[in-house]
Design a protein around this ligand. Structure first.
Ligand SMILES: [Cu+2]
Length: 472
C-alpha cells in the first residue's frame, strides 16, 4: 500500500465526513471510499483489496465511535495517537448505577488490531460500604481481581454454594453461568473489583441475567408457564421476583455479619484445589528499589489453566521505570490501580511502514499518560517501557491473555538479550567492536526496574551522578 495515496483518500473522507445513522454497509462514505480505492491506478489488485479493507475498518470505527463523524480532521488525528491501545474514563459506560455502587463497562476491543482480544470485556465494580449486589449470572467466563476493600462473594450452582470472604489482592475465577452475589462487608471502605470477562455466546458481548429485580428474566415468560413451573399464582410470582426492584441494596449490620461468616480467603469454587490465591502474597518475581513485580500464572494455578489468563501486579516506585521489554506471546491488558505515569511503545502496525505490507519497516511511538482507571494494551512482540511519575508510585494490574508459555524478554538492564549474542555476531550486527557494544548493554546493572528519566535528571542537577552509573 502506498501510504501517501492512502492518506490522500482518507483526507478526502475526513473533509466530506457527514453524520449518517445508516448501517455501515449502506454508508455512502464506504461506497465513496471503495470508489477511491478502485481509482488508484498505481495500486495492484491486492493493494486495492487492502484499501477496501481499510475502508471497512474506517467505517466500522466511525460507527462505533458514534459522534466521531463530527470530529474535525485535526482532532481525529490527535486521538489516533493513542488509539486503539489506550482507554480512559470516557471509554467506560455505567451499566448499573445507584447511590450504593456502580458497575462500569469498558467499550469493546473492536479495532482491527485488537482482533485477538475482541472476545474479552473489562468491567469495574465499585460497592460502597454495606452494599449488596443481587444474584445474577453471565454468559461469560470471568477472572476477577479485588483491587480494594473487603467483600464476600457467593457462587451458586444447583448442587452447592461457595461463599468466600475476599480482600484486596484476591483473584477468583468464576465459570460462566454461575449465579453470583456479593456484599461489601466493610463499614467504611469501598470494595473495588476489576473483572475480565470472556463471553461464551456472542463474541465480545457479555449479558447479565437478573433472576430477581425490576427487569427479572422471569418477566419474559407467559403467566401460564410460570404458574406451572412454580405452582403459584403469577401475580405473587411477579411481585416476588421483582424484589426491591434495585440491583444494589443496603444490608444491615446483622445481615452483613451473617453473610460474611466464612473463612478468610475461603476456598476456590468448584475445584479440588483448596486455598485462595492472593496476588500480593506471591513472592515477587522481580524486586529492587525501583519497583516490584508479582504474578500468578496459569501454569501454577489450575483455576486459570483452561482460560489461560495470568495476572501480574506491578508497582513502579515514583521516578522509576520498568526496563524496555517485550512479551513473547501474551497480550497484556494493563489497568492502572493507583498513581500516575506514562508508557511508550513501538508499534509497526500504526506506522506507515510494515513488513506485511511490503513497505520499509518503521515503528510508531505509541505513548500515553496513564492514571488510576486508565487501561492500555500491549500486544506481543511490541517493545514497551512504563514509567512512574516523579511524585507517585504507579500500580498496575495486568491481565495476561495467552500467559501459559509467555516469556518476558528484557531489552536493557542486567539480563538483557543483547548479552547473549556472540562477539562476532555483535560486531557484524552493530558494525562496531564488541567491547563498545558490551559497554553500552552492560552499563545498567539493575534487573527489570531502574531509575527513570526524572530520577536521573534530579541526580544530574545534583552533581552529575548520571555519568557515574556503572562505568566507574
Ligand atoms: Cu502494533
Amino acid at each position: 500500500m502506498k501510504p501517501f495515496a492512502f492518506v490522500l483518500i482518507f483526507s478526502v473522507l475526513f473533509v466530506s465526513n457527514t453524520c449518517s445513522e445508516v448501517a455501515q454497509k449502506k454508508d455512502p462514505e464506504l461506497l465513496q471510499c471503495f470508489h477511491l480505492c478502485r481509482q488508484q491506478q498505481a495500486y495492484s489488485e491486492s493493494e486495492k483489496s487492502e484499501c477496501r479493507e481499510m475502508c471497512r475498518q474506517y467505517i466500522k470505527e466511525k460507527h462505533r465511535r458514534g459522534g466521531a463523524c463530527d470530529t474535525k480532521v485535526g482532532e481525529t488525528e490527535k486521538e489516533g495517537d493513542e488509539y486503539p491501545y489506550v482507554f480512559e474514563e470516557k471509554h467506560f459506560t455505567s451499566v448499573v448505577k445507584s447511590a450504593l455502587g456502580e458497575i462500569q463497562l469498558l467499550q469493546k476491543f473492536n479495532h482491527s488490531l485488537l482482533k485477538a482480544i475482541e472476545n474479552f470485556r473489562l468491567t469495574v465494580l465499585v460497592a460502597n460500604p454495606r452494599a449488596f449486589f443481587v444474584p445474577v449470572h453471565w454468559d461469560a467466563d470471568s477472572v476477577i481481581f479485588v483491587a480494594h476493600g473487603k467483600g464476600t462473594i457467593s457462587l451458586v450452582r444447583s448442587e452447592k454454594r461457595e461463599s468466600l470472604n475476599v480482600r484486596c489482592g484476591d483473584i477468583l475465577r468464576i465459570p460462566s453461568g454461575t449465579t453470583v452475589y456479593l456484599i461489601n462487608r466493610d463499614n467504611n471502605e469501598k470494595l473495588v473489583i476489576i473483572k475480565l470477562l470472556q463471553p461464551v455466546f456472542t463474541p465480545g458481548v457479555a449479558e447479565t441475567f437478573f433472576g430477581v429485580g425490576k427487569e427479572s428474566f422471569f418477566k419474559a415468560f407467559s403467566d401460564e408457564l410460570l404458574q406451572a413451573a412454580f405452582k403459584t399464582e403469577s401475580s405473587r410470582l411477579h411481585k416476588m421476583f421483582e424484589g426491591s426492584g434495585e440491583p444494589i441494596i443496603e444490608a444491615s449490620e446483622e445481615q452483613i455479619r451473617a453473610l460474611s461468616d466464612h473463612e478468610e480467603g475461603g476456598i476456590w469454587p468448584f475445584s479440588e484445589s483448596k486455598g485462595t490465591i492472593n496476588l500480593f502474597e506471591q513472592k515477587p518475581v522481580k524486586s529492587n528499589d525501583y519497583g516490584e513485580l508479582r504474578e500468578v500464572s496459569p501454569k501454577e494455578h489450575r483455576q486459570l489453566e483452561d482460560i489461560d489468563i495470568g495476572l501480574a501486579f506491578i508497582n513502579i516506585t515514583k521516578g522509576g521505570m520498568e526496563n524496555p521489554f517485550f512479551n513473547s506471546k501474551s497480550i497484556n491488558i494493563g489497568v492502572v490501580n493507583k498513581g500516575e505515569g506514562y508508557f511508550e511503545m513501538a508499534c509497526p502496525h500504526l506506522s506507515s511502514g510494515s513488513s506485511s505490507r511490503g513497505t520499509p519497516i518503521s515503528y510508531r511511538n505509541v505513548n500515553a499518560h496513564v492514571k488510576r482507571g486508565s487501561v492500555y494494551i500491549v500486544p506481543p512482540g511490541h517493545p514497551v517501557i512504563t514509567v512512574a511519575s516523579k511524585d507517585q508510585n504507579l500500580e498496575l494490574l495486568v491481565f495476561q491473555i495467552n500467559a501459559r508459555d509467555n516469556k518476558r524478554f528484557p531489552l536493557a538492564g542486567k539480563n538483557n538479550i543483547w548479552k547473549q549474542i556472540e562477539k562476532e555476531a555483535k560486531e557484524l550486527a552493530f558494525g562496531s567492536p564488541w567491547r563498545e557494544v558490551d559497554e553500552v548493554v552492560g552499563k545498567e546493572d539493575e534487573d527489570w526496574f531502574m531509575k527513570g528519566p526524572s530520577q536521573i535528571h534530579q541526580e544530574k542537577q545534583g552533581g552529575g551522578a548520571y555519568i557515574r552509573m556503572k562505568t566507574e
